[in-house]
Design a binder for this molecule. Structure first.
Ligand SMILES: [Zn+2]
Ligand SMILES: [Zn+2]
Length: 125
């Protein structure tokens, strides 16, 4: 065997060495769950604190129906738990859009949005 052939053989061997398989990206293990309302199967993550019994579309519909019920009748105060801080806050039932966040969190969220996307506030003196 000539040196050239040996080198060629070496290269061949290197090429044949299978590359170490790339580690699979860690996907959260999701399990299918059947919606109790419409029977549609949707995916839930077992690590969630609360596993929903209904698919997203049904949950959105329930929320809308609940809101419509709250809107009907005499204007009154609606109590809701803030989705961000968990504090209970109230707002009048006549509001066109029912808030999901308490006043503080909304203010904070708006400030963050302004910082991220808004133009710097121009103050004319
Ligand atoms: Zn459903
Ligand atoms: Zn809040």
């Amino acid at each position: 065997m000539s040196i050239l052939e040996r080198i060629k053989a070496l290269f061949r061997r290197e090429k044949q060495t299978p590359a170490a398989p790339a580690p699979e990206p860690q996907q959260p293990a999701k399990t299918p769950k059947k919606c109790r309302e419409c029977g549609k199967t949707f995916m839930v993550d077992p690590s969630w604190d609360h596993i929903p019994n209904y698919c997203k579309a049904c949950r959105q519909r329930f929320a809308r129906e609940k809101e419509e019920k709250q809107r009907a009748g005499e204007p009154r105060k609606i109590r809701r738990t803030c989705r961000s801080c968990g504090k209970v806050f109230t707002f009048p039932s006549t509001l066109p859009h029912y808030p999901n966040y308490c006043g503080n969190c909304r203010k904070q969220h708006q400030a963050e949005m302004k910082e991220r996307y808004g133009k710097p506030v121009q103050r004319n003196k």
